[in-house]
Design a protein around this ligand. Structure first.
Ligand code: MCN
Ligand code: CUN
Length: 784
């Protein structure tokens, strides 16, 4: 694969180290004299702590410290703020509120001794009734989970609404057809292969704290540590090394990170803490857990008029979701999807339960996964009611290209789209009509084949400062670009790759703007001492925000180069034209052949060339990008399944995915992102579930029980693309990192339910395991 001058297919630069086993992850950080931490966790979902006896653990010859909630309370660190402005226990002091909650932290000379010593800690618990089912959390006799909140009487976290209730109700009152469906988007887990962990090193001499941690948002972590611990921010350095998958799991701050820091301060030695798989699955941020009721109003001939939604959101024991402050239900209110509606309204109630905290993660785009699932299931429910073809129903109701920019009934401004074209391409690739004929023939023979469609609109790139912040931090990103005398460049950004290939695509952005090779641009990220401030990588915001910053800072460099080139060419800067040809980027004098390449200009900028007053020399620049709007990628997905009538086993036979993420910087990386997201979607639709028994015991704390999709469950993906540039993004790109995870689950579920049409099943909740499908075929589709 040849190296392009800017955008195009190009192998990932970072793969050179990854495929040689030379990546550097947090567990590869080993410092002289380093100690190891381990966490004692609660066996109960809800219990009062009576006593904690640490004396035997402290007597262990290799144990250096045992930290409890009481120790932390003395430092005012027993509780920490969450990204949703709630509080979360670092180590429990009063009660434990979910199984797996952090109770004590042992620091020892080696990992094994730290683990061994956990068993020497004696905790006396007084077990309490637990709230596991969110639907029971607001019952008058439900046990109060957050009695640490003064004046709290129940388990409600928030009530939130969006849209216009009166207009929506009026449309429903007049509607020719209305359908209602309850559905659960179950609790799932991002389950990155690398679990969470940290190495903390507090240097007593310099007063500097260094934390290595696979965080998706290093700068936000640093600011939070400064605010919580009262440490000066310039004395904190957060280094995010290579990350073995994030998927949202590595956005928040976990108690283990704080414990490692306190452990280092207490012992004066570096402390490493790494989770094991069960700890990761049991205690770190889960995703979804949305109980939804959707209603759609339409005319009899299939014009959709309004959607109404009620949600009960299970946030676990501490509200640890990470989403912009004004949006407690994230961006769920894009649930009107890709359709032209008169009115819409949603109500979301968030509640506490005795389950792990978190609530938003796993390639979710801040709850857009739930929203897209809801609307795309509802369209199929309506199609079934009307006896309409689900593709035709969608085609008829999709927004038309001339409606963009389009303001949705809940207040979003979709930047650009050509939805019909994208759906048509997916149908052509699938051979939709032929598939329907094949299905009809198979049904005659009693075979179960299903075709499922989903059309999604995403909203990514949070976000405009005036609307969006996380814990008060506005969501603009900085970028710095240095150009060395020989024309090689270093870009410094605040976003944080976890596998998305930023070292390649961000180099390509600079390369395209400056007309140099991406091989001549190094991308530096993941170290707060070396990079400008910004909010990190989640919500597919890197390309929309940091990527825009990279383009804008390159343009600043180019303008500086213009001034220098003018001096070199003894011309007026206004008379120069920028052009990129095979030999690279150059400023040339309009109408003449005279010009200077960016490399020649870089050298001159650092030379003794006399420059006019006001022209600084050197080409380095910085910028901060505050996005004017989100970007709205979209796509049409078609899934074909075969269901075994004897066992309920679903086989995904084909999956056609047409994505439109505007201009593609590196189509190969985009396709990789889509492949991964589609696999995620198949996993969630068919296999993944965080299950609990009624006492709150976790039933899936290993990969033996919590099933991840492999190549075995995935078909050979058939990808297509349309390109509708974002009008407000400097290079016309939209984010894509979560599109396929958001768009694929409803396509798979719609396909399975389409296959089950002969059984008259209207809905069944994910995951559609053989047992679940079997139950649905017996007329009992709803899980209890
Ligand atoms: N890209 C491109 N052209 C576009 C859009 C994107 O070439 N028009 C490239 C980007 O430059 C980047 C990649 O595609 O290299 C993803 O870009 P973007 O959509 O901006 O998403 P982010 O980089 O912000 O990644 C975040 C997103 C999220 S939120 C989750 S969750 C997720 C995902 O990315 N986690 C991942 N993809 C993942 N992929 C891997 N391998 N590992 C994870 O943890
Ligand atoms: Cu929602 S998971 Mo990604 O935004 O890190």
């Amino acid at each position: 694969m040849s190296t392009p001058m800017g955008f195009g297919r190009m192998h990932r630069k970072e793969d050179a180290r990854f495929i040689r086993g030379r990546g550097g992850y947090v567990d590869d950080v080993n410092l002289p004299g380093m100690l190891y931490g381990a966490i004692l966790r609660s066996p109960h979902a809800h219990a009062r702590i009576v006593t904690i006896d640490t004396s035997a653990a402290l007597a262990h010859p290799k144990v250096k410290a045992v930290i409890t909630g009481e120790t932390l309370a003395g430092l005012n660190l027993a509780w920490m703020p969450t990204l949703s402005a709630d509080t979360q226990a670092v180590l429990a002091t009063d009660k434990v509120r979910f199984q797996g909650q952090e109770v004590a932290f042992v620091v020892a000379e080696d990992r094994y001794s730290a683990r061994d010593a956990l068993e020497l800690i004696d905790v006396e618990y007084d077990a309490l009734d637990a709230v596991i089912d969110a639907r029971k959390s607001l019952d008058p006799d439900a046990p109060l989970i957050r009695d640490d909140h003064e004046g709290r009487a129940d388990n409600k976290i928030f009530d939130w609404e969006a849209g216009d209730k009166a207009t929506t109700d009026a449309v429903f009152a007049q509607a020719e057809v209305a359908v209602t469906q309850d559905m659960l988007y179950p609790r799932v887990h991002p389950a990155p292969l690398e679990t969470c962990g940290a190495v903390a090193d507090f240097d007593k001499v310099t007063g500097k704290l260094t934390v290595w941690c696979p965080t998706q948002a290093p700068h936000a972590h640093r600011t939070l540590y400064a605010l919580v611990a009262g440490l000066p921010e310039h004395k904190i350095r957060v280094i995010s090394p290579d990350i073995g998958g994030g998927f949202g799991n590595k956005v928040g701050i976990y108690p283990g990170y704080v414990c490692a820091i306190v452990g280092s301060i207490v012992t004066g030695k570096p402390v490493k803490w790494m989770e094991d798989r069960s700890e990761n699955l049991m205690s770190t941020s889960f995703a979804r857990d949305y109980h939804m009721r959707g209603e759609v109003a339409a005319t009899r001939d299939g014009k959709i008029q309004a959607i109404r939604v009620k949600v009960l959101a299970d946030h676990g024991a501490f509200n640890g979701t990470a989403q912009p402050t004004k949006f407690p239900a994230g961006f769920f209110h894009v649930f009107t999807g890709s359709y032209d509606l008169q009115a819409a309204h949603c109500e979301v109630t968030g509640v506490y339960t005795n389950k792990a905290p978190g609530g938003v993660a796993y390639a979710c785009s801040f709850r857009i996964t739930e929203a897209v699932y809801l609307v795309e299931r509802m369209i199929d429910v309506l199609a079934m009611e009307l006896g309409a073809d689900p593709a035709e129903l969608r085609m008829k109701n999709l927004l038309r290209s001339e409606q963009f920019p389009y303001t949705s009934p809940t207040g979003w401004e979709y930047d650009s789209g050509d939805y019909q074209k994208t759906l048509q391409l997916a149908m052509d690739m699938a051979g939709y009509d032929a598939l329907r004929r094949e299905q009809a023939e198979k049904r005659e023979r009693g075979e179960l084949m299903g075709i499922g469609i989903s059309f999604f609109t995403e909203a990514v790139g949070a976000g405009p400062r005036k609307h969006m912040d996380i814990l008060g931090l506005g969501m603009a990103d900085g970028a710095e670009l240095r150009v060395h005398p020989t024309g090689k460049a270093v870009l410094r950004v605040s976003c944080q790759s976890q596998g998305q290939g930023h070292e390649t695509t961000f180099a390509q952005i600079v390369a395209a703007e400056l007309g140099i090779s991406p091989d001549d641009v190094d991308v530096v990220h993941g170290d707060t001492d070396q990079t400008p401030f910004g909010l990190g990588t989640y919500g597919s915001r890197s390309t929309p925000v940091s990527g825009a910053a990279a383009a804008m800072v390159s343009r600043k460099v180019r303008e500086r180069a213009r001034q220098v080139a003018a001096a070199m060419l003894e011309a007026s800067p206004e008379d120069l034209e920028w052009a990129v040809n095979e030999s690279g980027g150059a400023w040339t004098v309009a109408g003449t052949g005279a010009g200077k390449t960016i490399q020649e200009i870089a050298l001159a900028a650092h030379s003794s060339l006399e420059l006019p007053d006001g022209v600084e020399g050197h080409l380095d620049a910085t910028c901060v990008y505050n996005p004017p709007n989100l970007t709205y990628p979209f796509g049409a997905y078609i899934c074909v399944v075969d269901v075994d009538p004897g066992t309920g086993q679903v086989k995904v036979r084909r999956f056609i995915a047409v994505d439109d993420c505007g201009v593609r910087i590196n189509p190969m990386i985009v396709e990789g992102q889509v492949h991964g997201g589609l696999a995620d979607g198949v996993g969630m639709a068919l296999m993944q579930l965080m299950a609990f028994d009624e006492d709150g015991n976790h039933l899936g704390a290993s990969f033996m029980d919590y099933l991840l999709p492999t190549a075995m469950e995935c078909p050979s993906w058939e990808l297509g693309e349309t390109v509708t540039p974002s009008p407000h993004h400097p290079i016309g790109a939209k984010g894509v990192g979560e599109s396929a995870t958001v768009g694929s689950p409803p396509a798979v579920v719609n396909a399975v339910l389409d296959a089950l049409r002969p059984f008259g099943v209207r809905h069944a909740d994910m995951p559609l395991t053989p047992a679940g499908v079997w139950r649905a075929m017996q007329g009992n589709p709803i899980r209890t």
